[in-house]
Structure formats: C-alpha cells, structure tokens
Design a protein around this ligand. Structure first.
Ligand SMILES: Nc1ncnc2c1ncn2[C@@H]1O[C@H](COP(=O)(O)OP(=O)(O)OP(=O)(O)O)[C@@H](O)[C@H]1O
Ligand SMILES: [Mg+2]
Length: 251
C-alpha cells in the first residue's frame, strides 16, 4: 500500500483564528479516507489544503508539511493548476457549468488544448461511462447540464474531473444535497472509482463513513483526535472523545 499524501504538523490560521492544529494525516493510494467530526472542526479546511484551495482565502497562513507524491505541495516550483488537475475536487452542491452535458466534460480538455476533436469525443464518452452516465445521457449530450436531476449533476461533476485524469478526488459532503437513493448510487460509484483513484471524503453522515471508507480521521476543534482504519474507529477507538462522537453523545 503506498502513501499518496502525507500531512504532518499542519497548522492553518484564518487571520488570528487557529483552524488546524498540528494535524497529521496519511492518504493511501486507491483507498477511501473519510474526515468526520462536528460542524466547524476543520474538515473542509483540511480537505481544501490538499489541493491548495485555501490559497484563495485572504489572510490565510499555513505551516507544516503536505507531501503529495513525495513533493511538498506548498513548496517552490509547484504549479497550482497542475496540482488541482491531479487532485480534483467535488463540492457539496453539484456545480456543473451552464453548458451542455458534452461541453461540461470536454471543458478541461479544451482548456488544456492538447487533444484532438476525436480524442475529446472518446474521452467524454469514457468519462461519462465511468460515472455511470453514458446510458442515461448518451442521447442528451447537447442538453443543458443544469436541466439534469441533482444526482446526475453530481455525477457529471465527477465525470468532468475524470476527463482530466486526476489521481486523487476530494469530495466535500458530496451527497448532502441528495436523497437516500441518489446517495447510495454515489457511494457505489465511489467504491468502483477507488479501484483506480484515491478518494478523500468529508461527510457528516457517519453511516456513510462506516460503509464506504477504509480509513477515518475524527477531528475536533481543529485537531486530528484520532486517525485509523475505519473498522477500528467505529468499533474500538483509542480515544474516549472519538467514542463519544461515534456513539452520538457529542455533535
Ligand atoms: N474563509 C474563512 N475565514 C475565516 N474563518 C473560516 C473560513 N473558513 C472556515 N473558517 C472557520 O474555520 C473553522 C473550520 O471551518 P470548516 O469549514 O473547515 O469546518 P467543517 O468541519 O468543514 O464544518 P462543517 O461541518 O460545518 O462544514 C470554523 O470555525 C469556520 O468558521
Ligand atoms: Mg465543511
């Protein structure tokens, strides 16, 4: 099992507010890692540091180490656009562009400018297939992405990422806008995708973390209280505070 991302001693300040405190985390290739914990504990903040999305926040200060593929992502000579292609992100609300289904998936390839029209067609088809959207949408490629039901919009956002061949997919509560049936479809898709991709997911839904993740980190007030195999976290955690949270006594 190889480590794709290693976080060590990560501190993050929003101005004076200390949002992440000496956080460690290890993300293994082709596994699902879940971040859990009560609202405001820093899950999204930690997730966003992994592809430098917090860089955009004014007054943010980050220290510590995040190695991706052995390289310091906050180090010199890192191209943030390339980093965000290799570590893509799916958000809470599906955010397809106001374009056709086809143009959404082709978007990154066109920006990149290296693929021929024919190659783009192939990659769009492959990406839609991998996100289980080809069958429902193959005759609707010119329809507006915004006309799709929410779960298809979310899977389209996943297809849009897959088209540019990421290595890691970050997901911040990707099912929170979805009903239970659509949620289970995304969960099944994640289990399929982890054969080829590394996934880090933030979720409020502890059953979801227990069902789909291999490793879980429990965060509280900016600290990583416990990080371990999901089975261990949910059946025999080391920390009383983790036990309190997973048994519903907190949060
Ligand atoms: N851009 C920002 N500027 C200042 N403070 C922020 C910013 N973003 C987040 N925070 C603060 O940092 C802390 C962690 O926020 P974060 O969004 O990471 O938590 P979370 O665990 O994802 O919460 P939730 O479960 O509600 O999504 C919170 O106290 C939040 O108010
Ligand atoms: Mg959040």
């Amino acid at each position: 099992m190889s480590t794709v991302i290693r976080v060590e001693n990560l501190d993050l300040f929003y101005g004076d507010f200390h949002a992440l405190k000496k956080v460690p985390m290890e993300v293994l290739a082709r596994h699902i890692t879940a971040l859990i914990g009560p609202s405001g504990c820093g899950k999204s903040t930690l997730l966003r540091t992994l592809n430098r999305m917090n860089d955009l926040v004014p007054g943010v200060k980050i220290t510590g180490s995040i190695l991706f593929d052995g390289k310091e992502i906050y180090g010199l000579g890192i191209d943030v656009c390339t980093l965000r292609k290799r570590i893509g992100m799916v958000f809470q609300r599906p955010n397809p562009f106001p374009l056709s289904v086809y143009d959404n998936v082709a978007f990154g390839l066109r920006v990149d400018g290296r693929s021929s029209r024919r190659q783009i067609e192939d990659i769009v088809e492959q990406s839609l297939k991998r996100a289980w959207l080809w069958e429902p949408l193959k005759d609707r490629l010119n329809d507006s992405a915004l006309s799709l039901p929410l779960d298809q919009q979310q899977r389209l956002c996943i297809a849009r990422l897959l088209a540019v061949e990421p290595e890691v997919i970050l997901m911040d509560e990707p099912c929170s806008a979805l009903d239970p049936i659509s949620t289970s479809k995304i969960e099944e898709l994640m289990l399929e995708l982890k054969k080829d991709y590394t996934i880090v997911i933030v979720t409020h839904n502890m059953q979801q973390a227990a069902r789909i993740s291999d490793y879980s980190g429990y965060m509280l007030l900016g600290e990583m209280i416990e990080f371990d195999a999901t089975d261990k976290i949910f059946t025999n955690p080391r920390e009383g505070r983790t036990q309190d949270y997973i048994s519903g006594r907190y949060g």
